[in-house]
Design a protein around this ligand. Structure first.
Ligand code: ANZ
Ligand code: ZN
Length: 832
């Protein structure tokens, strides 16, 4: 038999699909509609193995659903704005647009070579005005709906480069280029009111049955709804300070009060106290991310004030300014309970403040707290007056009730979720369609003047925002009064671009962001597939954006993605040279570094990453083995949610299987036998049912295992009509995974049209039933034997078989039973 020539078949069938527009999704076709989507890629340069795995999974589902007769929308596009393009501009002097579009071209060609069933007619790139212009229109709709506001907020400021830095550009608290200590600086920035939807976003999670629990939990924690108590401490200077706590039960364990560095009390003190001023300035150093604040050493400044405990005025607590208290959360002030909060514990240890136990940890009840870290678990309240003996939850309620009755505090709900700051002081993003006029203030760009396009003639030789320093771009006439005005030079966070691209895929009219009815016919996305690294922000922003559109009456869809799957990573061994450098698999032959001739050390299997050089470029692999072998390997070895270790042996095994399949389906190889083979028929129909269910469940490795089994069964079977049918069915079932081979074989066998258009085989229910059942044989209710008998066997035959059983003969010892009860397909009871 001949060899499957992947190189030839791949190109030929990809061209055929393109030419016939096989995977074009038609609106309103009358068929059931399926929307299968993988997270669109950032055009970084080349496709990597993670993309290949991700898109192969979606592709198998999309092809399967098409064969089921669905109208499938399976689109692809580019998340094309963002920092790397600006970095390339700074490093290589190439324009971000040029760099991005070249990358898109390369990556598109690479994707095409994998034979994905994509509707390229709907391709979009977020960096093109025909995408971002519509995004600007949606932003203006949100402005009109009161979902957008402007507020002073902190950014990372590089004092040497005099520029705002993205969080990723702050490395260990320093600017990535200048190495200067980064400062927090206040700028007027744009925010979207995602917090208005906090409750809805939590409630919506409850209906997402086809989302991984861990992702739902991550979203819930990120939104972070908590109940607590807000109350005022009277201060020694006659003023007061309002604090927020989620642990009112620990109120008798308080040993200090702390306010944020930009709290009014801190600011007032800074006016008159130079040391306080210096401390506050120090707090402003460092990045703005929560993670950085969390890891900073806890530091405080004693204001000299004291606060009176609301439940026992004789207790006076010192008031500090502390770097771990955030102005943006709660009230910007807290009371500290060192025994039961780790930050407070660290702080108290450093400043010698009392650490008093108020929650018992098992049998530990003494007020002296001599542990090495705070106890944050459940327990019974101790050393706390009227709260003693209550559990934590009861005590929380008791203190809130007491505060409300006494009029010194009230129960509140707070969210950890902040409003979404969308301003970026960068060039390569969607311009925020706003104009600032001295006379009129903030003026939205009229919709008929959209898109506000990025100027092309920009420079990246000096730090800062090229839009801001462009000689002409920002100067415009005010749309309202006609006077001289300036454009907003901030661009939108790229998460805005990815918050609605799936809607634009579903419907892309020229004159508006989407057509409501058409978009609603496709949405929600039934199956969304992507990396777990997007489990929080991207998914939350897209859920918010969709809800905002619903709120504005623009789209009647509550949740954008009803099914979500987060796939595992592609991993590979790591290698180090004799002198400790990371080596790429390409630098090695038979355990020896080719350049140096020295042996290499094999390290752990880790996620493929450029920094460890353990990446394998998909393209040469496709050149060598063909798309089908790569696809097959991506699906076969590991459950899709787990990591997939890439190995040479694995891809070779996949290649061998492709050839084995080819030998079986190659027209020359099929012997057109006659007659039936019932065992093989049963196997085939079980496989049809099983593979379909596995693909629906995204259990691709199980589907692959079943196809292996069927292949072996066919190889073993003697020629027959059943066997010829089995080969044909195998081809159909494997076609979503190895579509090029499937098309080639299909056409050689004279199949009708494309196999991609062929209907998925139907499993015959009669052939799915088990042919044998196990009967329990009882005498007077006691189990004496079991018998395997054909399913549905006549009652008399079952009775005869039971009476003939060796055990029954022995126990009855020649006496006929008084009565015989037969429960069909289950048991026989003989009453002796
Ligand atoms: C007293 C206390 C005792 C607290 C205890 C915790 C444990 P979550 O649950 O994350 O919402 N907090 C309140 N406002 C803060 C701010 N602006 N900056 C930093 N910390 C703040 O956290 C709520 C808890 O975080 C609050 O409850 C408060 O400390 C602190 F054993 O109050 B707690
Ligand atoms: Zn004006």
């Amino acid at each position: 038999a001949s060899r499957f020539n992947a190189q030839k078949a791949d190109a030929q069938w990809q061209a055929a699909w393109d030419e016939r527009q096989t995977f074009r999704a038609r609106d309103n076709s009358g068929k059931p509609q399926s929307y299968v989507l993988e997270m669109f890629p950032y055009p970084s340069g080349r496709i990597h193995m993670g993309h290949v795995r991700n898109y192969t999974m979606g592709d198998v589902l999309a092809r399967y659903r098409r064969m089921l007769g669905h109208e499938v929308l399976h689109p692809m596009g580019w998340d094309a704005f963002g920092m790397p393009a600006e970095n390339a501009a700074m490093e290589k002097g190439v324009h971000p647009g040029t760099w991005t579009l070249a990358n898109i071209e390369t990556m598109k060609a690479q994707l095409k070579r994998l034979g994905f069933a994509l509707d390229w007619s709907r391709e979009l790139a977020t960096c093109k005005p025909d995408y971002y212009g519509h995004e600007q229109a949606l932003f203006l709709d949100m402005v009109a709906a009161g979902l957008v506001y402007r507020k002073e907020s902190s950014v990372n400021w590089d004092p040497v480069d005099m520029t705002v830095l993205a969080n990723e550009q702050v490395i260990d608290g320093r600017g990535w280029r200048s190495g200067a200590l980064v400062e927090k600086r206040k700028l007027n920035q744009w925010f979207l009111k995602i917090t208005d939807f906090a409750d809805e976003l939590i409630a919506g999670l409850g209906k997402l049955e086809h989302w991984p629990d861990k992702v739902k939990l991550m979203q819930e924690n990120w939104i972070g709804k908590s109940q607590g108590l807000q109350f005022r401490f009277a201060l020694s200077d006659g003023g007061s300070v309002e604090v927020f706590t989620t642990r009112p039960d620990t109120i008798f364990g308080a040993s200090f009060v702390a306010v944020a560095a930009d709290h009014p009390i801190a600011r007032a003190l800074a006016e008159i106290n130079a040391e306080a001023e210096a401390f506050i300035a120090m707090c402003k150093l460092g990045g703005t991310t929560a993670a950085e604040i969390e890891t900073q050493e806890k530091q405080g400044f004693d204001t000299g004030l004291s606060a009176a405990h609301p439940l026992d005025a004789s207790i006076k607590l010192p008031v500090y300014i502390a770097n771990f208290v955030l102005m943006e959360y709660g009230t910007g002030a807290v009371f500290g309970v060192p025994a039961h909060d780790q930050r407070d514990f660290d702080f108290a240890t450093k400043y010698g403040l009392p650490i008093r136990r108020v929650v018992s940890d098992g049998d530990k009840t003494a007020p002296d707290f001599a542990e090495a870290e705070a106890y944050t678990g459940p327990g019974t309240i101790v050393n706390s007056h009227f709260l003693n003996g209550m559990d934590v939850e009861d005590a929380k309620r008791a203190v809130i009730t007491r505060a409300q009755e006494g009029g010194w505090g009230h129960g509140t709900t707070v969210y950890r979720l902040r409003d979404w700051g969308v301003s970026r002081q960068r060039y390569w993003g969607t311009p925020i369609p706003i104009i600032h006029c001295d006379a009129c203030g903030v003026v939205p760009v009229p919709k008929d003047q959209l898109p506000v396009t990025l100027p092309d003639d920009v420079t990246f030789d000096i730090p800062g925002n090229p839009l801001d320093r462009h000689p002409t771009w920002k100067h415009v006439a005010c749309p309202s009064c006609g006077g001289a005005a300036v454009r907003e030079t901030d661009t939108l966070d790229t998460f805005a671009d990815s918050s609605w691209y799936f809607i634009r895929f579903a419907s892309q009219p020229k004159d508006k962001p989407f057509d409501k009815a058409v978009a609603e016919s496709w949405l929600p996305v039934g199956q969304y597939i992507g990396g777990v690294e997007h489990a929080i922000l991207h998914l939350l922003y897209a859920r918010f954006w969709t809800r905002a559109l619903k709120h504005m009456g623009l789209l009647d869809v509550a949740e954008p993605f009803t099914g979500l799957f987060t796939q595992g990573m592609v991993t590979h061994e790591t290698y180090k040279s004799a002198d400790g450098r990371w080596l790429s698999p390409d630098d090695i032959r038979d355990g020896i570094e080719t350049a140096s001739g020295q042996p290499v050390t094999v390290g752990r299997v880790e996620k493929m990453s450029k920094s460890k050089k353990n990446t394998v470029d998909p393209e040469p692999i496709v050149d060598r083995y063909g798309a089908d072998a790569v696809r097959w390997f991506m699906l076969s070895d590991s459950p899709p949610e787990r990591d997939l270790p890439w190995t040479e042996a694995g891809i070779e095994g996949a290649w061998r299987f492709v050839q084995r399949l080819w030998r079986l389906v190659d027209a020359d190889g099929i012997e057109p036998g006659e007659g039936g083979d019932e065992a093989l028929d049963r196997k085939v129909h079980k496989t049809i049912a099983g593979v379909g269910a596995d693909i629906e469940a995204l259990a691709f490795n199980k589907a692959v295992a079943k196809l292996y089994e069927l292949t072996s069964a066919i190889e073993r079977a003697a020629p027959s009509a059943s066997r010829a049918d089995a080969v044909r069915t195998l081809l159909l079932l494997a076609s979503p995974m190895v579509p090029h081979l499937a098309e080639e074989a299909w056409s050689m066998q004279g199949g009708d049209g494309l196999i991609a258009d062929a209907p998925w085989p139907e499993a015959d229910p009669a052939l799915l039933v088990e042919d044998e059942v196990t009967y329990a044989i009882q005498i007077n209710g006691k189990l004496r034997d079991t018998l395997k008998l054909p399913k549905g066997m006549a009652r008399e035959d079952v009775e005869a078989a039971a009476l003939a059983s060796g055990n029954v003969v022995r126990v009855l010892d020649g006496k006929p039973p008084r009565k015989v009860i037969v429960v069909p397909d289950r048991l026989v009871n003989l009453v002796a």
